[in-house]
Design a protein around this ligand. Structure first.
Ligand code: CS2
Length: 413
């Protein structure tokens, strides 16, 4: 059976690409870039695991068997390089999170070695398919590799947009299925891919994937509406003391914030993809987030805000400022992130779970300097007084009055 090599063995891959690949009748050789634990758990069970789809009161289980081999990159590097250089491998997919899109990251180093070995063997063309939530993810990935003549002639990096809410599985999920390696997901799943596969690929369209010439309008809409709202709810929800995204969205003040953020800031910044009504799309996304069975923790979505906020919220901010508009709600969301990452405690003074590579640095800075960090705000936003003035005022307000009071007041005036 033909095979895809996948790098990044998290729950998202197992609830998304692994399913499309199974529906297309291909197998997956999955590479774990760091964790040995997931490799061990899957090997112990002959690589089979349960996908538990939860929707309110309903839960359906499916056994997934498309992953037929696993490799642990830190200890089995030669085998990973060999499979990347194998002429039987024509597609590599990746879910490696925002952090990996840095020159010289462990994932980039591994792929560079694999591509070099492939070039030496002249093992034929290959598509390397990023499935992370970054705009122009294929282009971003390609820029991390030396474009030698062989790579230019043989390797493509199609951009893709992935969508499925996949929270960390809970003990209840493991008990219900009896499977320690269970992954949980919502019913909805979507995948839009740029055409541009130079060799054989799975017919992912059998599972509903869409191939198109340009994924940009899809990607902007998905990242700004879904992920932008998700991050906003994660930080404001955590500050107010909501454990899960669904309960955050059930809070009338946060629901109003989600509506106003999308309607007043995000949607006016977007060009709808063909045939997509953005208001209907937004309503459907908010309905998905209300799925209480998912137990999607605000703390999980909140991870790595310094990498996610620029992608999810600052594009909206920049486009609205350029149009002469004031992105009021996106500014409030950015302030909530800064309060979350640098303030340390929620509205009631309880410590927050913060996991962000910049947390230490941000915590040591006085509030008025936070907006000067170039990795997050670039060289332009620190000089946009409409943005900095609003975010700093919101930040002061959040510290003084708490997120619940500030968001209630702002969304009702
Ligand atoms: C979430 C995403 O954890 C997060 O940051 O916003 O994983 C989100 O659930 C997916 O992108 C949905 O497609």
């Amino acid at each position: 059976m033909p095979r895809v090599v996948h790098v990044g063995l998290g729950a998202f891959h197992r609830a998304h690409q692994a399913i499309y690949t199974e529906d297309a009748g291909w197998e997956v050789c999955a590479v774990a870039p760091r964790s040995a634990e997931v490799v061990r758990a899957l090997r112990e069970r002959g690589h089979r695991y349960t996908l538990l789809v939860r929707d309110g009161e309903h839960a359906t289980a499916r056994t997934v068997s498309s992953i037929t081999a696993t490799l642990h990159a830190p200890t089995e590097r030669d085998r990973v390089v060999a499979v990347l250089a194998d002429p039987g491998t024509t597609v590599v997919t990746l879910t490696v999170t925002e952090k990996a899109y840095r020159p010289g990251s462990a994932v980039v180093a591994l792929l560079t070695e694999g591509l070099a070995a492939r070039a030496r063997r002249d093992a034929g063309p290959l598509a390397v398919v990023s499935c992370d939530n970054l705009p122009g993810n294929g282009r971003r990935l390609r820029e991390l590799f030396e474009e030698d003549a062989w790579t230019r002639a043989n390797v493509t990096f199609p951009s893709t947009v992935v969508d499925r809410i996949v929270p960390a599985a809970t003990r209840a999920d493991r008990e219900l299925t009896g499977d320690p390696a269970v992954v949980v997901a919502e019913p909805y799943t979507h995948w839009v891919l740029e055409d541009g596969f130079p060799a054989a690929r799975p017919a992912w369209e059998r599972g509903g994937a869409l191939f198109t010439g340009d994924v940009t309008p899809h990607e902007r809409a998905k990242i700004r509406i879904l992920n932008g709202t998700h991050s906003t709810l994660a930080y404001t929800g955590a500050l107010i003391g909501h454990e899960h995204i669904a309960t955050a969205l059930a809070d009338p003040a946060l629901e109003a914030l989600a509506h106003r953020l999308t309607a007043e800031d995000v949607l006016p910044s977007l060009t709808p993809p063909d045939g997509l009504d953005l208001e209907v799309y937004t309503a459907a996304i908010l309905a998905r987030m209300r799925n209480t069975a998912l137990r999607h923790r605000c703390a999980q979505v909140a991870i790595d805000g310094s990498l996610k906020v620029p992608i999810r919220l600052l594009g909206t901010v920049r486009d609205r400022l350029a149009a002469g508009a004031h992105p009021r709600w996106a500014c409030l969301a950015v302030a909530a992130w800064l309060r979350h990452v640098s303030g340390g405690a929620d509205d009631r003074g309880r410590p927050l779970e913060v996991s962000d590579p910049l947390a230490g640095r941000l915590r040591s800075m006085p509030p008025e300097e936070l907006l000067t960090v170039p990795e997050v705000f670039g060289e332009d936003l620190p000089y946009e007084p409409a943005f900095t003035g609003q975010v700093l005022a919101d930040l002061r307000d959040l510290a003084r009055h708490g997120a619940a009071a500030v968001i209630r007041r702002e969304t009702t005036t």
